[in-house]
Structure formats: structure tokens, C-alpha cells
Design a binder for this molecule. Structure first.
Ligand code: NAI
Ligand code: PYR
Length: 324
């Protein structure tokens, strides 16, 4: 009997790529991982190092180095190869560099016959995801950005500290750009199934010091809190990537705040941004349209405008270059 091996390629064998592979190995997400990097030796070294985990894990994952063109029979390609913002820069500041890297590597992966699902972490992740969708020509279901999955995890962690509750008992989403214009959809945050806004209303005295604006700010800035201290973030995003890939390969139908190209949801089109979506073996099965409050919808539209303008600006500059 031939049993199909679940294969994942990780493009970019740096800190995020390695953290993603490590998480997938420890969670038995797939059977094979191919590490790719423009510095081939780096991919070889990471693959070797990761392969030495196997004596200590519950299942075996084969890890090896490969090339972009070798993705024909791969189920998921994870894109972490990209530009890192420097201190003082926003994620959008590395857009030009990220655009060049992404166009080049997506063309090569697709030319090699890849026909699975792309999962993107490279920043600025919403726009890079949009570029991957355009260059690959894949339907939006098969191009997923990590979006605000990591921000939503950061939000839950912060709330778990404020309310002394396990983060997994908190439900809710940061939405919009994985960047400065994101916001928290407070009207849909629940703790143990109870709406957070009701909890605060019912227990005004007990929770009088809880400041939602401050929690939203800390959620947004959490990446930079880490970045300014150690120069990168890797473990949270590595696990977020493994979580998304697992939901695809196991057809789990998890609802995750990912970056998706909108096709009319929330009244938006032609923009890729962080929204809750059902993730299964086809990729994005459905974008969940939350009934946002008027103020939240305004924030969402503002965030979409920023991303749309950045994407349109990039297209215009690229057209200018191709005519020059
Ligand atoms: N979406 C999110 O929440 C997060 C996104 N990131 C982003 O992930 C990306 C990677 O971050 P790190 O792993 O820390 O960077 P890194 O510098 O450690 O690794 C990047 C790797 O990509 C490789 N690479 C660059 N261009 C390539 C190409 N054309 N083909 C193949 N390999 C190529 C480099 O050689 C390097 O090994 C950055 O864009 C970063 O901003 C990082 C953390 C969180
Ligand atoms: C680097 C980055 O995008 C983050 O950790 O949020």
C-alpha cells in the first residue's frame, strides 16, 4: 500500500524558518520538511541540526535541504524568506525589497510545478501575501498569510494575565494589518464564552483598572517590544505557522485570524488583510464576517485603505520600472 507523505517546504532557513520547522517536528505536523535558502549551506545546516531532534520526538519527520524548483509534489510551501525591518522602520518600509524577493521565488516555485497551498510569514505579510496570490495566479483560498494570528495570540496572552485565565479560554481577534493600523475587535472577545464587554460592565469595580486601549496598544507593539531587545521574533510566529499548516494538512477547519485577499467580505475587495477564516485542506474555506461595531468597521476600513494604497503604490512603481 502506498501511503502519501505529507510534505512541507520552508523557503527561508533563517530564524523564523527554523522555528517553524522545529514547531512542526515537535507537533508531528507532517512527514517531510524541505528547507530552502538562497544560501544553500544554511538550508543544509538547519536540516541537519533539525534532523537530530528525531531520537527525542514521538514521530519521525524527514528533514532535508532542497531547491525552489523541487516543490512539485509538496503540499504546503511556507514563505519566510524576506527582508527584516531595521530599528525605526515599520514593516511597510521593507516592501520594495520584499516584493523583489517574493516575485522571484514564487515564480520559481510555481514554474517547478507546485500546486498546493502557500502560507506566508515574510513581512509586510499582508502585502507579501497579496503579491504571492498575484504572481502565482492561485485562487485566494490557496494563499494564506499569518496575518493577525500572532497578534491575536499576543492579545490572548495579555488578557490572560489581566484576568488570570488560561489564554486558551480567551477567544477573540486582532484584525486588519499585521502592523500599525491593526485593531482589536473588542465586541467579539469572549472569556469562557462570556463577552468581555459584558464582564467589564457587570464588574465595574473589580476591573476598574482594565484599560482596553492600553491592551490593544500593547498587542500591536508586542513584536517591537521583542524586536528592540533581541533583534527578531521567531518562536510565536514559528508556532503560528505550524498551527496553520496543521489545520491544512489535517483538514481541521480551525478558525484562525489569517491574512486573506477579500472578495467582498466586510464590503472590501482587492485588499489582503487579517480576518478570521476557516482553514482546511483546501486552504481558506471561508472568511468569517464578524458583525463589527460601527467604530470597529471604521478602523477596519482605515486599515484596508493603508494596505490598498501601499499595494497600489507598489504596482505603480513596478509599472514605471517596466516602462523605463
Ligand atoms: N508575520 C509575522 O508575524 C512575522 C514575520 N517575520 C518576517 O519573517 C521574515 C524572516 O525573518 P527571519 O527568519 O527573522 O529572518 P532571517 O534573516 O533570519 O532569515 C531569512 C532567510 O531568508 C533567506 N532568503 C532571503 N532571500 C531569499 C531568497 N530569495 N530565496 C531563498 N532564501 C532567501 C536568507 O538567506 C535568510 O536565511 C522577515 O520578513 C520578518 O520580518 C518575522 C517574525 C514575525
Ligand atoms: C516581526 C513581526 O512582524 C512580529 O513579530 O510581529
Amino acid at each position: 500500500m502506498a501511503i502519501k507523505s505529507r510534505k512541507v517546504t520552508i523557503v527561508g532557513s533563517g530564524l523564523v524558518g527554523a522555528a517553524c520547522a522545529y514547531s512542526m517536528i515537535n507537533q508531528s505536523v507532517c512527514d517531510e520538511i524541505m528547507m530552502v535558502d538562497r544560501t544553500y549551506d544554511r538550508a543544509v545546516a538547519q536540516a541537519l541540526d533539525l534532523s537530530h531532534c528525531m531520537d527525542f520526538t514521538s514521530t519521525r519527520t524527514k528533514v532535508y535541504a532542497g531547491r525552489l524548483e523541487d516543490c512539485r509534489d509538496v503540499d504546503v510551501v511556507v514563505l519566510t524568506a524576506g527582508a527584516n525591518p531595521k530599528p525605526g522602520q515599520t514593516r511597510l518600509d521593507v516592501l520594495e525589497e520584499a516584493d523583489q524577493i517574493t516575485r522571484d521565488l514564487v515564480s520559481k516555485v510555481v514554474a517547478g510545478g507546485f500546486n498546493g497551498v502557500f502560507v506566508v510569514a515574510a513581512n509586510p505579510v499582508d502585502i507579501v501575501t497579496h503579491i504571492v496570490q498575484e504572481v502565482s495566479g492561485f485562487p485566494r483560498s490557496r494563499v494564506i498569510g499569518t496575518g493577525t494570528s500572532i497578534d491575536s495570540a499576543r492579545l490572548k496572552t495579555l488578557l490572560s494575565e489581566v484576568f488570570s485565565i488560561d489564554p486558551r479560554s480567551v477567544n477573540g481577534y486582532a484584525m486588519g494589518e499585521h502592523g500599525d493600523s491593526q485593531f482589536v475587535a473588542w465586541s467579539h472577545v469572549t472569556i469562557g464564552g462570556k463577552p468581555l464587554l459584558h464582564i467589564l460592565d457587570q464588574h465595574k469595580e473589580r476591573f476598574r483598572d482594565v484599560n482596553l486601549d492600553e491592551i490593544a496598544r500593547k498587542t500591536k507593539d508586542a513584536g517591537w517590544e521583542i524586536f528592540t531587545r533581541k533583534g527578531n521574533t521567531q518562536f510565536g510566529i514559528g508556532n503560528a505557522l505550524a498551527y496553520i499548516v496543521r489545520s491544512i494538512l489535517n483538514d481541521e477547519h480551525r478558525i484562525i485570524a489569517v491574512s486573506a485577499v477579500l472578495e467582498g467580505e466586510y464590503g472590501q475587495r482587492e485588499v489582503c488583510t487579517g480576518v478570521p477564516a476557516i482553514i482546511g485542506d483546501v486552504g481558506i474555506e471561508e472568511v468569517i464576517e464578524l458583525n463589527l461595531s460601527e467604530e470597529e468597521l471604521e478602523k477596519f476600513n482605515h486599515s484596508c485603505n493603508i494596505l490598498r494604497n501601499a499595494m497600489n503604490g507598489l504596482r505603480t512603481r513596478n509599472e514605471g520600472k517596466s516602462m523605463a
